[in-house]
Design a protein around this ligand. Sequence first.
Ligand code: C5P
Length: 223
Amino acid sequence: HRNQTLKDVNVLITAGPTMEPIDPVRYISNHSSGKMGFALAKAALLCGANVTLVAGPVHLEPPAGCTYHSVKTTKEMHEIVLQLFDQQQIVIKAAAVADYRPAEMATQKIKKNQPDLTIQMVKNPDILLELGKKKTHQILVGFAAETENVASYAADKMKRKRLDLMVANDVSREGAGFQHDTNEVILMKPSGEMKEISLASKEIIAQEIISEIVTILNRKKEP
Ligand code: C5P
């Protein structure tokens, strides 16, 4: 599938979970494997793009030819993504970012000497929401993993975050979402256009998403 449809185009992709420390040995995270984001990076590389991949802690090999940044927390991801944003044409936020973090990280391991433990959490920055406010020329792509009312939640998110493309998936379905090698998604555009991609490997889904982005990019270039 090698082509040059994204030659000289800078594409920034985020992938994986983030990890929010509670104390030196514990953290809060989620089940994201990073597979979807890494598959997107590969698909963009096959189209000749300059790919920067920013990933949380994952057990995957970065695809050859991309610029790779490994981060732990949402704050770290936020910082690097904002730093790189201006020079990008396309930004795909496939990471499952932790929405909250412990208000403070205990400097020493928390001991089990009390009957209950309460951890105060504070909200993390919503990176994609900020990018939506900041964007000038960039094509912004977001993900929505939902367990109910997928289409309506996703459409609302697309509007609120000013996205050019929303990839929505129902993570309660068999073979879709976290950890799996397959996925099943709905692509949504601000025009109301929708396209369902039925159960397929994350590689195939990634190629479909990238080719949809190429269409959006080419349409943007038209006078
Ligand atoms: O609103 P929700 O978190 O479900 O939106 C999901 C989309 O927003 C994903 O594309 C995700 O990468 C992005 N996001 C983000 N920063 C956050 C939370 C989500 O960029 N703190």
